[in-house]
Every structure is written in C-alpha cells, then in structure tokens.
Design a protein around this ligand. Sequence first.
Ligand SMILES: Nc1nc2c(ncn2[C@@H]2O[C@H](COP(=O)(O)OP(=O)(O)OP(=O)(O)O)[C@@H](O)[C@H]2O)c(=O)[nH]1
Ligand SMILES: [Mg+2]
Length: 327
Amino acid sequence: MFEPRKLPTVLYAEELLDKAFRRASKVGGRNRKEKAINKLATISNTLSDYFDKIIKSHPSYDSLPEFYRETIDVVVGIGKIKKSLAALKWANEMSQKIITRSIKKIKGGKDIDETLKATYGRIASIVSQIDEELRFLNEAKQKMREIPVFKDLPTVVVAGYPNVGKSSFVAKISSVKPEIAVYPFTTKKIFVGFVDINGVKLQVVDTPGLLDRPIHKRNKIEKRAILCLKYLADCILFIIDPTETCGYSLQSQMSLLNEIRREFKVKIIPAYSKADMHNKKDLPAFSSISGEGISDVLEMVKKEVTAKKKSKRELSENLIQQHSDCS
Ligand SMILES: Nc1nc2c(ncn2[C@@H]2O[C@H](COP(=O)(O)OP(=O)(O)OP(=O)(O)O)[C@@H](O)[C@H]2O)c(=O)[nH]1
Ligand SMILES: [Mg+2]
C-alpha cells in the first residue's frame, strides 16, 4: 500500500552535491591514484544510492487505486512526477558514465588533479541541471503528505456549500479537528475522522466547500472534494445552511444538491445545519453548537451504511449461489 507520508525529503542540487563531495573529501588511499579513484567511487555511490532511493520511494502511479491516482493527479500532476523521476534517472546514468570514464583515465595514467577537477565540474553541472525537478519532487512530497490514508470502513462524505458548517459537524462527532472559521473556503484539504455510532464504526470525511458550477469550472480544491464523493462515499451527508449566514442562498444550495443527486448514485442525506438559529423542519436539522439533532442525523447515516453493507453482502451471496449451482 502506498503511503504518501513515507516519501523521503528530496535534497536540492546544491545540498546533494555538497553531501557527495563532502563524503568524497573524507576518503583515503594508499597513494594519490588510489585516493582519487576512491573519491570518485564515493561520489558515484552517494549519487546512485540517493537517486535510487528517491525513484523507488514513488509507487507505480498507473496501478494505484483510482482515488489516489486521480487525487495525486489533481494535487500535483502525475505526468510531471514521471518526467521529474525520468530526469533523475538520466542524471544518475550520466554521472555513472562520466565517473567510470574518469576512473579509467586515471588508471591509464592521465593527470590526476586535472581529471578530478574536470569530473567534479561535469557532475556539478549534471546535478544542477535537475535542480528544478528535485525542487518539484520535494513540493510534490509535501502536497502528497496531506492526502489522508483511508481505512476500509463504511464511509460518509460530508459535502455542501462553503461555510455551511461541514467541519463543525465533523469536529463535533469524530476524532478529527479540521479548522473552523466564520469565512468560506476555510477547508482546503480532505480530513478524515472516525466515529462509533452505537457499535458501528464509520469513517467520516470532511471536504472543502463546493459551489454550484460545472465540473470544468471547478478549481483543484473543489475537484478533490468531488473525487471523495466519487470514490469514497458509501453515503453523502449534504449539509444545507437555511439561515444563509454562510453567505449563499438556499436556492443555490438546493441547486447544488440536485446536481450532486444527478451525478452520484450513492444515497444522499440532506440535512439543515445551524438548527439553533432556525425552526425549519422539512429536512432533518441539527446544530453543532447546541448538539440538537446530531444523534438523529448519525442514526440516519448508520442506517444507510449498514443497509448498503447488507445489500453488498446479499449481492455477493447471490453471485456465489448462482455460480456454485451445478444443477
Ligand atoms: N450558530 C451556528 N453556527 C454554526 C454551526 N455550525 C457551524 N457554524 C458556524 O459557521 C461557520 C462556518 O463553519 P465551518 O464548520 O467552518 O463551515 P464549513 O462548511 O466547514 O466551511 P468551509 O470549510 O469554508 O467550506 C463558523 O463560524 C461556525 O462557527 C451551528 O450549528 N450553529
Ligand atoms: Mg470546512
């Protein structure tokens, strides 16, 4: 299983060269020739160990589960990661070639100091050429670390317009504490928490707010929320703020709800937030501040995911029965 959190920190060109050259400066030898060869071999090993480590720490992106593959593509761009890793491979091969050739030259009697100087220069030039890629891989690592690792548990994804109270709800019911603020677009990442509803363990996912607009107009942050709805949700809790203190009209929120209903085939539970501020009862209503209505909403979610689990089990039992029936 790919764990983005385990990706190593990537050194920039200057740091990497410094590491390799510093190690080389410490090696000795029985004579000048041997010492020079040992220096070059040390640079070669340091660089190739390092490049191999970085390249191997990345998974085969094409065989990752769809959710991770698409999310990484939105967050960093898989094409760019592949190109950068290819540049590292190139730098590795080039440095090995140059060093092998220089060692041969020294063994063959070429001027030691001159050869060493020229080799250091060429290695520095090659590694500097991939500085941009090293920096990109480091940024990619930072961004990928923010992608949570999901468990194989029934999952409810909390969605809705910005500022309606999604994070407040998730923080109230689960182990995770996303940031909450009075302004919209507070949540920019995906948060996952866990909740136990009377013995049923659930994964609850807080997503960034969505506006009612076509997919091609959605920004990266919204796209991440959409991927959670598409791949992770066994059920969607769609939160609506009827007080409109979120800054968006009830009409726009309902229009988004209809859009989500058209787009996703999983069960959607619409619920009003901020029940401490209104008396609307045509949908289930809860308040993350007073706590009213929360347990009813959780009960509805639990009923939904357990029903889904049951229908999944029935489906596989039916399949087994059909296929094992030899009569
Ligand atoms: N009165 C009242 N205010 C609430 C309730 N839930 C959330 N709020 C307030 O609404 C504002 C937005 O809450 P968040 O939980 O950050 O909303 P969000 O939907 O996660 O917002 P984004 O991450 O920006 O999409 C904050 O000022 C909260 O204190 C509630 O049940 N009652
Ligand atoms: Mg939020």
